[in-house]
Ligand binder design. Structure first.
Ligand code: FES
Length: 566
Protein backbone atom coordinates (compact mmCIF):
# COMPACT_ATOMS: atom_id res chain seq x y z
CA UNK A 1 0.00 0.00 0.00
CA UNK A 2 1.33 3.49 -0.80
CA UNK A 3 1.26 6.33 1.71
CA UNK A 4 -0.09 8.96 -0.68
CA UNK A 5 -0.20 12.28 1.17
CA UNK A 6 -0.93 10.68 4.53
CA UNK A 7 1.22 11.67 7.50
CA UNK A 8 2.24 10.05 10.75
CA UNK A 9 0.40 6.94 11.85
CA UNK A 10 -1.95 7.21 8.86
CA UNK A 11 0.92 6.37 6.46
CA UNK A 12 1.09 2.93 4.87
CA UNK A 13 -1.88 1.33 6.58
CA UNK A 14 -2.06 -2.41 7.17
CA UNK A 15 -4.45 -3.73 4.56
CA UNK A 16 -7.72 -5.16 5.87
CA UNK A 17 -9.75 -3.85 2.92
CA UNK A 18 -11.11 -0.99 5.07
CA UNK A 19 -8.64 1.92 5.55
CA UNK A 20 -10.71 3.63 8.28
CA UNK A 21 -10.77 0.37 10.29
CA UNK A 22 -7.00 -0.03 9.77
CA UNK A 23 -6.29 3.41 11.22
CA UNK A 24 -8.71 2.89 14.12
CA UNK A 25 -7.05 -0.44 14.92
CA UNK A 26 -3.53 1.01 14.64
CA UNK A 27 -4.36 3.93 16.90
CA UNK A 28 -6.00 1.69 19.52
CA UNK A 29 -2.96 -0.61 19.62
CA UNK A 30 -0.63 2.40 19.76
CA UNK A 31 -2.68 3.69 22.71
CA UNK A 32 -1.87 0.47 24.54
CA UNK A 33 1.66 1.94 24.81
CA UNK A 34 0.26 4.90 26.73
CA UNK A 35 0.44 7.56 24.02
CA UNK A 36 -2.09 10.40 24.18
CA UNK A 37 -4.27 11.28 21.19
CA UNK A 38 -2.26 14.51 20.82
CA UNK A 39 1.00 12.59 20.46
CA UNK A 40 -0.48 10.13 17.97
CA UNK A 41 -1.69 12.99 15.78
CA UNK A 42 1.89 14.25 15.34
CA UNK A 43 4.14 13.48 12.37
CA UNK A 44 6.37 10.48 13.15
CA UNK A 45 10.17 10.34 13.18
CA UNK A 46 11.41 6.77 13.15
CA UNK A 47 14.72 6.07 14.88
CA UNK A 48 16.57 3.09 13.40
CA UNK A 49 18.46 1.66 16.38
CA UNK A 50 21.35 -0.70 15.68
CA UNK A 51 22.23 -1.40 19.31
CA UNK A 52 23.16 -4.99 20.13
CA UNK A 53 24.91 -6.89 22.88
CA UNK A 54 27.20 -8.10 20.09
CA UNK A 55 28.21 -4.55 19.17
CA UNK A 56 30.52 -2.87 21.69
CA UNK A 57 30.79 0.24 19.51
CA UNK A 58 27.08 0.99 19.99
CA UNK A 59 26.83 0.48 23.74
CA UNK A 60 25.94 4.14 24.39
CA UNK A 61 22.99 4.17 21.99
CA UNK A 62 20.27 4.22 24.70
CA UNK A 63 21.56 7.60 25.94
CA UNK A 64 22.10 8.86 22.37
CA UNK A 65 18.58 7.88 21.36
CA UNK A 66 17.11 9.62 24.42
CA UNK A 67 18.74 12.81 23.14
CA UNK A 68 17.34 12.25 19.63
CA UNK A 69 13.86 11.83 21.11
CA UNK A 70 14.25 15.07 23.07
CA UNK A 71 14.98 16.93 19.83
CA UNK A 72 12.10 15.30 17.96
CA UNK A 73 9.58 16.08 20.72
CA UNK A 74 10.81 19.67 21.08
CA UNK A 75 10.19 20.21 17.36
CA UNK A 76 6.63 18.87 17.54
CA UNK A 77 6.91 15.35 16.12
CA UNK A 78 6.59 11.91 17.71
CA UNK A 79 9.80 9.82 17.96
CA UNK A 80 9.40 6.05 17.61
CA UNK A 81 12.47 3.85 17.71
CA UNK A 82 12.73 0.46 16.06
CA UNK A 83 15.47 -2.17 16.07
CA UNK A 84 17.33 -3.31 13.00
CA UNK A 85 20.10 -5.76 12.30
CA UNK A 86 23.32 -4.67 14.02
CA UNK A 87 26.78 -5.60 12.73
CA UNK A 88 29.49 -5.68 15.39
CA UNK A 89 32.65 -5.94 13.33
CA UNK A 90 34.55 -8.54 15.32
CA UNK A 91 31.60 -10.67 16.37
CA UNK A 92 30.46 -11.91 12.95
CA UNK A 93 31.51 -14.96 10.98
CA UNK A 94 32.72 -15.34 8.32
CA UNK A 95 32.82 -11.52 8.16
CA UNK A 96 30.49 -8.57 8.73
CA UNK A 97 30.77 -7.77 5.02
CA UNK A 98 28.55 -10.73 4.20
CA UNK A 99 25.71 -9.14 6.21
CA UNK A 100 25.98 -5.47 5.16
CA UNK A 101 23.48 -6.02 2.36
CA UNK A 102 21.16 -7.95 4.71
CA UNK A 103 21.15 -4.98 7.10
CA UNK A 104 20.54 -2.60 4.20
CA UNK A 105 17.49 -4.63 3.16
CA UNK A 106 16.21 -4.59 6.76
CA UNK A 107 16.67 -0.81 7.04
CA UNK A 108 15.07 -0.11 3.65
CA UNK A 109 12.06 -2.33 4.21
CA UNK A 110 11.39 -1.26 7.80
CA UNK A 111 11.56 2.43 6.80
CA UNK A 112 9.11 1.74 4.00
CA UNK A 113 6.79 -0.66 5.80
CA UNK A 114 6.33 1.30 9.05
CA UNK A 115 4.58 4.65 9.34
CA UNK A 116 7.29 7.33 9.55
CA UNK A 117 7.63 10.71 7.84
CA UNK A 118 11.37 10.92 8.44
CA UNK A 119 14.00 8.69 9.98
CA UNK A 120 17.15 9.07 12.07
CA UNK A 121 19.69 6.37 11.28
CA UNK A 122 21.79 5.61 14.36
CA UNK A 123 24.90 3.66 13.46
CA UNK A 124 28.66 3.67 13.65
CA UNK A 125 30.51 0.37 13.46
CA UNK A 126 32.08 -0.29 10.05
CA UNK A 127 29.23 -1.84 8.05
CA UNK A 128 26.30 -0.23 9.85
CA UNK A 129 26.57 3.26 8.36
CA UNK A 130 26.95 2.00 4.77
CA UNK A 131 24.01 -0.37 5.29
CA UNK A 132 21.85 2.41 6.73
CA UNK A 133 22.72 4.85 3.95
CA UNK A 134 22.13 2.18 1.28
CA UNK A 135 18.75 1.31 2.78
CA UNK A 136 17.74 4.95 3.23
CA UNK A 137 18.78 5.84 -0.32
CA UNK A 138 16.56 3.05 -1.65
CA UNK A 139 13.58 3.89 0.61
CA UNK A 140 14.01 7.61 -0.17
CA UNK A 141 12.18 8.81 2.95
CA UNK A 142 13.79 11.96 4.51
CA UNK A 143 16.69 10.61 6.59
CA UNK A 144 19.50 11.94 8.78
CA UNK A 145 22.51 9.86 9.78
CA UNK A 146 23.52 10.06 13.43
CA UNK A 147 26.96 8.61 14.05
CA UNK A 148 28.16 6.72 17.11
CA UNK A 149 31.32 8.81 17.31
CA UNK A 150 34.82 7.49 17.91
CA UNK A 151 36.24 5.91 21.09
CA UNK A 152 38.74 7.83 23.20
CA UNK A 153 42.35 6.62 23.23
CA UNK A 154 43.70 5.36 26.58
CA UNK A 155 46.91 6.32 28.35
CA UNK A 156 48.89 3.18 29.00
CA UNK A 157 52.45 2.99 30.31
CA UNK A 158 53.49 6.33 28.87
CA UNK A 159 51.76 6.14 25.50
CA UNK A 160 48.28 6.49 24.08
CA UNK A 161 46.57 3.38 22.75
CA UNK A 162 43.49 3.23 20.53
CA UNK A 163 41.67 0.58 18.57
CA UNK A 164 42.80 -0.70 16.36
CA UNK A 165 45.99 0.38 14.64
CA UNK A 166 47.76 -0.16 17.96
CA UNK A 167 46.15 -3.63 18.20
CA UNK A 168 47.90 -4.62 15.00
CA UNK A 169 51.20 -2.99 15.93
CA UNK A 170 51.41 -4.88 19.24
CA UNK A 171 50.27 -8.14 17.65
CA UNK A 172 53.04 -7.81 15.04
CA UNK A 173 55.55 -7.26 17.90
CA UNK A 174 54.11 -10.29 19.70
CA UNK A 175 54.51 -12.40 16.53
CA UNK A 176 58.07 -11.17 16.18
CA UNK A 177 58.78 -12.32 19.77
CA UNK A 178 59.21 -8.78 21.10
CA UNK A 179 56.09 -8.65 23.31
CA UNK A 180 55.47 -11.65 25.58
CA UNK A 181 52.10 -13.26 26.29
CA UNK A 182 51.80 -11.60 29.73
CA UNK A 183 52.27 -8.13 28.25
CA UNK A 184 49.93 -8.73 25.31
CA UNK A 185 47.22 -9.66 27.83
CA UNK A 186 47.63 -6.28 29.59
CA UNK A 187 47.53 -4.50 26.25
CA UNK A 188 44.34 -6.39 25.29
CA UNK A 189 42.51 -4.69 28.18
CA UNK A 190 43.62 -1.20 27.18
CA UNK A 191 43.04 -0.98 23.45
CA UNK A 192 39.28 -0.31 23.42
CA UNK A 193 38.14 1.25 26.65
CA UNK A 194 35.14 3.47 25.89
CA UNK A 195 31.93 3.31 23.87
CA UNK A 196 32.23 4.34 20.24
CA UNK A 197 33.90 3.29 17.03
CA UNK A 198 37.61 2.58 16.47
CA UNK A 199 39.66 5.58 17.53
CA UNK A 200 41.68 6.03 14.33
CA UNK A 201 40.82 6.83 10.70
CA UNK A 202 39.59 3.28 10.13
CA UNK A 203 36.53 2.32 8.16
CA UNK A 204 33.99 3.56 10.72
CA UNK A 205 35.62 6.99 11.03
CA UNK A 206 36.02 7.17 7.26
CA UNK A 207 32.34 6.36 6.72
CA UNK A 208 31.36 8.92 9.37
CA UNK A 209 33.41 11.54 7.51
CA UNK A 210 31.83 10.47 4.22
CA UNK A 211 28.32 10.72 5.69
CA UNK A 212 29.04 14.33 6.65
CA UNK A 213 30.74 15.13 3.33
CA UNK A 214 27.82 13.61 1.39
CA UNK A 215 25.45 15.86 3.31
CA UNK A 216 23.60 13.01 5.06
CA UNK A 217 24.86 13.80 8.61
CA UNK A 218 24.69 17.20 10.29
CA UNK A 219 27.68 19.51 9.77
CA UNK A 220 30.38 19.08 12.39
CA UNK A 221 28.97 15.81 13.73
CA UNK A 222 31.29 13.16 12.23
CA UNK A 223 34.28 13.38 14.56
CA UNK A 224 32.67 14.17 17.95
CA UNK A 225 33.86 11.48 20.39
CA UNK A 226 31.17 9.02 21.48
CA UNK A 227 31.50 10.01 25.13
CA UNK A 228 31.64 13.80 24.63
CA UNK A 229 28.59 15.84 25.66
CA UNK A 230 28.67 17.43 22.20
CA UNK A 231 27.69 14.01 20.80
CA UNK A 232 24.44 14.17 22.80
CA UNK A 233 23.83 17.74 21.65
CA UNK A 234 24.37 16.59 18.05
CA UNK A 235 21.86 13.78 18.68
CA UNK A 236 19.28 16.27 19.97
CA UNK A 237 19.87 18.51 16.97
CA UNK A 238 19.59 15.51 14.61
CA UNK A 239 16.20 14.67 16.14
CA UNK A 240 15.09 18.26 15.73
CA UNK A 241 16.18 18.35 12.06
CA UNK A 242 14.43 15.06 11.31
CA UNK A 243 11.23 16.48 12.82
CA UNK A 244 11.57 19.61 10.67
CA UNK A 245 11.99 17.41 7.62
CA UNK A 246 8.55 15.86 8.24
CA UNK A 247 7.19 19.31 7.25
CA UNK A 248 9.79 20.31 4.62
CA UNK A 249 11.19 17.03 3.33
CA UNK A 250 14.71 16.68 2.02
CA UNK A 251 14.98 13.18 0.60
CA UNK A 252 18.19 11.15 0.17
CA UNK A 253 17.68 11.47 -3.61
CA UNK A 254 18.07 15.26 -3.21
CA UNK A 255 21.30 14.85 -1.26
CA UNK A 256 23.09 11.84 -2.77
CA UNK A 257 23.95 12.72 -6.37
CA UNK A 258 26.98 12.63 -8.67
CA UNK A 259 28.35 15.89 -7.24
CA UNK A 260 27.99 15.00 -3.55
CA UNK A 261 29.50 11.55 -4.22
CA UNK A 262 32.49 13.28 -5.80
CA UNK A 263 32.77 15.57 -2.75
CA UNK A 264 32.74 12.45 -0.55
CA UNK A 265 35.50 10.88 -2.66
CA UNK A 266 37.60 14.06 -2.28
CA UNK A 267 37.19 13.89 1.49
CA UNK A 268 38.00 10.16 1.53
CA UNK A 269 41.26 10.94 -0.29
CA UNK A 270 42.13 13.96 1.85
CA UNK A 271 41.68 12.12 5.13
CA UNK A 272 43.76 9.11 3.96
CA UNK A 273 40.61 7.06 4.56
CA UNK A 274 39.97 3.36 4.51
CA UNK A 275 40.05 1.30 1.31
CA UNK A 276 36.75 -0.25 2.43
CA UNK A 277 35.06 3.10 1.96
CA UNK A 278 35.53 2.84 -1.82
CA UNK A 279 33.41 -0.32 -1.80
CA UNK A 280 30.79 1.16 0.54
CA UNK A 281 30.52 4.53 -1.21
CA UNK A 282 30.20 2.69 -4.54
CA UNK A 283 27.31 0.68 -3.08
CA UNK A 284 25.58 3.76 -1.60
CA UNK A 285 25.98 5.67 -4.88
CA UNK A 286 24.69 2.61 -6.78
CA UNK A 287 21.45 2.80 -4.81
CA UNK A 288 21.03 6.32 -6.21
CA UNK A 289 21.88 5.21 -9.76
CA UNK A 290 25.39 6.74 -9.69
CA UNK A 291 28.44 4.80 -10.88
CA UNK A 292 31.89 5.42 -9.40
CA UNK A 293 34.46 5.01 -12.13
CA UNK A 294 37.84 3.86 -10.72
CA UNK A 295 39.65 5.79 -13.49
CA UNK A 296 37.89 8.94 -12.23
CA UNK A 297 39.02 8.00 -8.72
CA UNK A 298 42.62 8.13 -9.97
CA UNK A 299 42.04 11.61 -11.46
CA UNK A 300 40.60 12.82 -8.17
CA UNK A 301 43.43 11.17 -6.24
CA UNK A 302 46.06 12.95 -8.32
CA UNK A 303 44.51 16.33 -7.57
CA UNK A 304 43.45 15.89 -3.91
CA UNK A 305 46.06 16.44 -1.19
CA UNK A 306 46.22 14.35 2.01
CA UNK A 307 45.49 16.81 4.82
CA UNK A 308 44.73 14.81 7.94
CA UNK A 309 47.47 13.35 10.12
CA UNK A 310 45.70 10.43 11.81
CA UNK A 311 46.58 6.81 12.47
CA UNK A 312 46.92 4.36 10.77
CA UNK A 313 49.02 6.48 8.39
CA UNK A 314 49.84 9.37 10.73
CA UNK A 315 50.08 10.09 14.44
CA UNK A 316 46.78 11.28 15.90
CA UNK A 317 43.36 9.90 16.88
CA UNK A 318 39.83 10.91 15.89
CA UNK A 319 39.31 12.81 19.14
CA UNK A 320 42.30 14.97 18.09
CA UNK A 321 40.63 15.61 14.73
CA UNK A 322 37.50 16.78 16.54
CA UNK A 323 39.53 19.13 18.73
CA UNK A 324 41.28 20.43 15.62
CA UNK A 325 38.19 21.49 13.70
CA UNK A 326 36.74 18.17 12.52
CA UNK A 327 35.63 17.39 8.99
CA UNK A 328 34.51 21.02 8.61
CA UNK A 329 38.17 22.08 8.72
CA UNK A 330 38.97 19.52 6.00
CA UNK A 331 36.06 20.69 3.82
CA UNK A 332 37.19 24.31 4.15
CA UNK A 333 40.67 23.42 2.88
CA UNK A 334 39.20 21.45 -0.01
CA UNK A 335 36.73 24.21 -0.92
CA UNK A 336 38.25 25.04 -4.34
CA UNK A 337 37.81 21.37 -5.36
CA UNK A 338 34.28 20.80 -4.06
CA UNK A 339 30.83 21.14 -5.59
CA UNK A 340 29.50 23.74 -3.16
CA UNK A 341 25.93 23.80 -4.46
CA UNK A 342 25.14 20.36 -2.98
CA UNK A 343 22.12 20.31 -0.64
CA UNK A 344 22.52 18.74 2.81
CA UNK A 345 20.13 17.38 5.44
CA UNK A 346 20.85 20.53 7.48
CA UNK A 347 18.66 22.36 4.95
CA UNK A 348 21.59 24.40 3.67
CA UNK A 349 23.98 24.00 0.75
CA UNK A 350 27.59 23.02 1.45
CA UNK A 351 28.60 26.59 0.52
CA UNK A 352 26.26 28.06 3.15
CA UNK A 353 27.52 25.61 5.76
CA UNK A 354 31.17 26.42 5.14
CA UNK A 355 30.44 30.14 5.37
CA UNK A 356 28.69 29.69 8.74
CA UNK A 357 31.19 27.40 10.47
CA UNK A 358 33.76 28.75 12.92
CA UNK A 359 37.15 28.75 11.20
CA UNK A 360 39.15 27.10 14.01
CA UNK A 361 41.82 24.65 12.89
CA UNK A 362 44.85 23.05 14.55
CA UNK A 363 47.50 22.57 11.87
CA UNK A 364 49.14 19.77 13.85
CA UNK A 365 46.26 17.54 12.73
CA UNK A 366 44.62 19.22 9.70
CA UNK A 367 47.18 20.57 7.25
CA UNK A 368 46.55 23.43 4.84
CA UNK A 369 45.81 22.89 1.16
CA UNK A 370 49.11 24.64 0.29
CA UNK A 371 51.20 22.67 2.77
CA UNK A 372 49.67 19.18 2.80
CA UNK A 373 51.04 15.92 4.16
CA UNK A 374 51.11 14.71 0.57
CA UNK A 375 50.16 16.48 -2.63
CA UNK A 376 48.25 13.43 -3.85
CA UNK A 377 45.39 11.42 -2.39
CA UNK A 378 45.80 8.34 -0.23
CA UNK A 379 44.15 5.77 -2.54
CA UNK A 380 44.65 4.74 -6.15
CA UNK A 381 43.16 2.11 -8.43
CA UNK A 382 45.50 -0.22 -10.28
CA UNK A 383 44.72 -1.98 -13.55
CA UNK A 384 46.56 -4.55 -15.65
CA UNK A 385 46.63 -8.21 -16.60
CA UNK A 386 46.34 -9.31 -12.95
CA UNK A 387 43.40 -6.96 -12.26
CA UNK A 388 41.57 -6.16 -15.52
CA UNK A 389 38.63 -4.58 -13.66
CA UNK A 390 40.77 -2.89 -11.05
CA UNK A 391 42.39 -3.25 -7.65
CA UNK A 392 42.80 -0.74 -4.82
CA UNK A 393 46.07 0.39 -3.28
CA UNK A 394 46.41 2.68 -0.26
CA UNK A 395 49.61 4.47 -1.10
CA UNK A 396 49.43 6.65 2.01
CA UNK A 397 49.70 3.51 4.18
CA UNK A 398 52.42 1.82 2.10
CA UNK A 399 56.21 1.89 1.83
CA UNK A 400 57.19 4.03 -1.23
CA UNK A 401 60.34 1.92 -1.64
CA UNK A 402 58.09 -0.94 -2.76
CA UNK A 403 55.98 1.10 -5.24
CA UNK A 404 57.95 0.24 -8.40
CA UNK A 405 58.91 -3.36 -8.09
CA UNK A 406 58.93 -6.78 -9.71
CA UNK A 407 58.77 -9.85 -7.50
CA UNK A 408 58.35 -13.59 -7.31
CA UNK A 409 54.88 -14.80 -6.29
CA UNK A 410 54.49 -16.87 -3.11
CA UNK A 411 50.92 -18.11 -3.47
CA UNK A 412 48.36 -19.14 -0.86
CA UNK A 413 45.29 -20.79 -2.39
CA UNK A 414 42.90 -19.86 0.41
CA UNK A 415 42.71 -18.44 3.91
CA UNK A 416 43.01 -21.94 5.34
CA UNK A 417 46.14 -22.52 3.27
CA UNK A 418 47.52 -19.18 4.50
CA UNK A 419 46.86 -20.06 8.15
CA UNK A 420 48.44 -23.49 7.69
CA UNK A 421 51.68 -22.39 6.00
CA UNK A 422 52.51 -18.72 6.68
CA UNK A 423 54.58 -19.50 9.77
CA UNK A 424 56.04 -22.77 8.50
CA UNK A 425 59.83 -22.43 8.85
CA UNK A 426 60.12 -24.32 5.56
CA UNK A 427 58.05 -21.73 3.63
CA UNK A 428 60.03 -20.63 0.58
CA UNK A 429 59.63 -16.85 1.04
CA UNK A 430 62.16 -14.01 0.91
CA UNK A 431 61.70 -10.34 1.86
CA UNK A 432 61.62 -9.27 -1.82
CA UNK A 433 58.86 -11.76 -2.78
CA UNK A 434 55.19 -10.84 -3.37
CA UNK A 435 52.75 -12.69 -1.10
CA UNK A 436 49.60 -13.60 -3.06
CA UNK A 437 46.33 -14.72 -1.46
CA UNK A 438 43.68 -16.28 -3.73
CA UNK A 439 40.00 -17.00 -3.10
CA UNK A 440 39.19 -14.38 -0.48
CA UNK A 441 36.88 -12.24 -2.66
CA UNK A 442 33.11 -11.64 -2.50
CA UNK A 443 32.15 -15.06 -3.95
CA UNK A 444 34.92 -17.11 -2.35
CA UNK A 445 32.83 -18.56 0.46
CA UNK A 446 34.71 -16.28 2.89
CA UNK A 447 32.70 -13.19 1.70
CA UNK A 448 35.70 -10.89 1.17
CA UNK A 449 37.05 -10.69 4.72
CA UNK A 450 39.63 -8.17 5.93
CA UNK A 451 42.39 -10.65 5.28
CA UNK A 452 44.36 -8.62 2.74
CA UNK A 453 46.78 -7.58 5.50
CA UNK A 454 48.62 -10.90 5.17
CA UNK A 455 50.95 -11.44 8.10
CA UNK A 456 54.65 -11.27 7.36
CA UNK A 457 55.88 -14.89 7.56
CA UNK A 458 57.10 -15.46 11.14
CA UNK A 459 60.65 -16.29 10.15
CA UNK A 460 60.93 -13.02 8.17
CA UNK A 461 59.19 -10.97 10.90
CA UNK A 462 61.71 -12.29 13.43
CA UNK A 463 64.49 -11.26 11.09
CA UNK A 464 63.15 -7.68 11.13
CA UNK A 465 61.07 -7.59 7.91
CA UNK A 466 58.19 -5.15 8.51
CA UNK A 467 56.57 -4.84 5.08
CA UNK A 468 56.25 -6.84 1.86
CA UNK A 469 54.09 -6.47 -1.25
CA UNK A 470 50.88 -8.38 -0.58
CA UNK A 471 48.16 -8.96 -3.21
CA UNK A 472 44.66 -10.40 -2.84
CA UNK A 473 40.99 -10.11 -3.72
CA UNK A 474 40.22 -9.58 -0.01
CA UNK A 475 39.67 -6.30 1.84
CA UNK A 476 41.80 -4.77 4.57
CA UNK A 477 40.78 -3.18 7.84
CA UNK A 478 40.87 0.59 7.67
CA UNK A 479 43.10 0.48 10.74
CA UNK A 480 45.77 -1.59 8.96
CA UNK A 481 48.77 -0.45 6.92
CA UNK A 482 51.40 -1.85 4.56
CA UNK A 483 52.17 -2.24 0.86
CA UNK A 484 48.97 -4.06 0.14
CA UNK A 485 47.00 -4.48 -3.09
CA UNK A 486 43.34 -5.25 -2.43
CA UNK A 487 39.97 -5.91 -4.10
CA UNK A 488 41.59 -7.52 -7.19
CA UNK A 489 38.81 -7.94 -9.76
CA UNK A 490 37.62 -10.21 -11.23
CA UNK A 491 38.25 -12.27 -8.11
CA UNK A 492 39.89 -15.70 -8.07
CA UNK A 493 36.72 -17.57 -7.09
CA UNK A 494 35.09 -16.72 -10.44
CA UNK A 495 38.22 -17.53 -12.43
CA UNK A 496 39.85 -14.09 -12.60
CA UNK A 497 43.56 -13.93 -13.48
CA UNK A 498 44.41 -13.98 -9.75
CA UNK A 499 43.22 -17.61 -9.72
CA UNK A 500 45.86 -18.50 -12.30
CA UNK A 501 48.94 -17.26 -10.41
CA UNK A 502 51.39 -19.98 -9.39
CA UNK A 503 54.39 -20.03 -7.05
CA UNK A 504 57.40 -18.53 -8.78
CA UNK A 505 55.47 -16.42 -11.33
CA UNK A 506 56.75 -12.88 -11.73
CA UNK A 507 54.46 -9.94 -10.96
CA UNK A 508 55.17 -6.27 -11.65
CA UNK A 509 53.72 -3.47 -9.52
CA UNK A 510 53.96 0.12 -10.70
CA UNK A 511 52.06 2.59 -8.56
CA UNK A 512 53.29 5.43 -10.78
CA UNK A 513 51.71 3.81 -13.85
CA UNK A 514 48.71 2.46 -11.86
CA UNK A 515 49.68 -0.95 -13.11
CA UNK A 516 49.63 -4.55 -11.87
CA UNK A 517 50.90 -7.13 -14.36
CA UNK A 518 51.15 -10.90 -14.16
CA UNK A 519 54.24 -11.63 -16.25
CA UNK A 520 53.14 -15.01 -17.60
CA UNK A 521 52.73 -15.67 -21.36
CA UNK A 522 49.14 -15.64 -22.62
CA UNK A 523 49.26 -19.24 -23.96
CA UNK A 524 50.34 -20.51 -20.53
CA UNK A 525 47.50 -18.55 -18.87
CA UNK A 526 45.02 -20.09 -21.34
CA UNK A 527 46.26 -23.58 -20.36
CA UNK A 528 45.86 -22.80 -16.66
CA UNK A 529 42.42 -21.31 -17.27
CA UNK A 530 41.25 -24.48 -19.03
CA UNK A 531 42.32 -26.55 -16.01
CA UNK A 532 40.80 -24.17 -13.42
CA UNK A 533 37.91 -25.29 -11.19
CA UNK A 534 35.81 -23.04 -8.91
CA UNK A 535 36.84 -23.53 -5.26
CA UNK A 536 33.65 -22.75 -3.34
CA UNK A 537 30.75 -25.13 -2.99
CA UNK A 538 27.51 -23.22 -3.49
CA UNK A 539 25.19 -22.84 -0.50
CA UNK A 540 21.78 -24.35 -1.16
CA UNK A 541 19.53 -22.32 1.16
CA UNK A 542 18.96 -19.22 3.20
CA UNK A 543 20.74 -15.89 3.18
CA UNK A 544 24.04 -17.54 2.19
CA UNK A 545 22.43 -18.65 -1.08
CA UNK A 546 20.86 -15.23 -1.70
CA UNK A 547 24.27 -13.66 -1.06
CA UNK A 548 26.18 -16.03 -3.34
CA UNK A 549 23.61 -15.82 -6.15
CA UNK A 550 23.52 -12.03 -6.25
CA UNK A 551 26.65 -10.39 -4.83
CA UNK A 552 28.56 -8.26 -7.32
CA UNK A 553 32.30 -7.66 -7.62
CA UNK A 554 34.17 -4.96 -5.68
CA UNK A 555 33.99 -2.35 -8.46
CA UNK A 556 30.19 -2.49 -8.08
CA UNK A 557 30.38 -2.09 -4.30
CA UNK A 558 29.63 -5.78 -3.56
CA UNK A 559 25.93 -4.86 -3.57
CA UNK A 560 23.32 -7.34 -4.72
CA UNK A 561 22.45 -7.01 -8.39
CA UNK A 562 18.72 -6.58 -7.67
CA UNK A 563 19.19 -3.78 -5.12
CA UNK A 564 20.99 -1.24 -7.29
CA UNK A 565 19.03 1.47 -9.00
CA UNK A 566 18.83 0.83 -12.74
FE1 FES B 1 33.29 -1.17 15.57
FE2 FES B 1 35.99 -0.83 14.84
S1 FES B 1 34.98 -2.57 15.78
S2 FES B 1 34.29 0.47 14.53
Amino acid sequence: MTSGNKKGLARGLTNYGDPAFSLYLRRSFAKSMGYSGEMLARPVVGIADSKSGFNNCHRHFPELIEAVKRGVLAAGALPIEFPTVSLGEVFLSPTSMMFRNLMSIDVEEMIRAQPMDAVVLVGGCDKTVPAQLMGAASADVPAVQLLAGPMMPTSFRGERLGACTDCRRFWALHRAGKVDSHEIESIEGNLATTAGTCAVMGTASTMASIAEALGMALPGSAAIPAVHADRLRAAEETGRRAAEMTQAPIRPSQVINAKSVENALRVLLAIGGSTNAIVHLTAIAGRAGIKIDLKRLNQLSDSTPVLVDLKPTGQHYMSDLYASGGIGAVLRELKPLLHLDCMTVAGFSLKEILEKQPAWVDRAVVKSFDDPLSKQGGLVALFGSLAPNGAIFKRSAADPQLFEKEGRAVVFASLDDLAARIDDPALDAKPEDFLVLQNAGPKSGYAMPEAGYLPIPAKLARAGVKDMVRISDARMSGTAYGTIVLHVSPEAAIGGPLALVKNGDRIRLSVKQRNLQLLVPENELQKRKAAWKPPASMPTRGYAKLYMDHVLQAEHGCDFDFLRKA
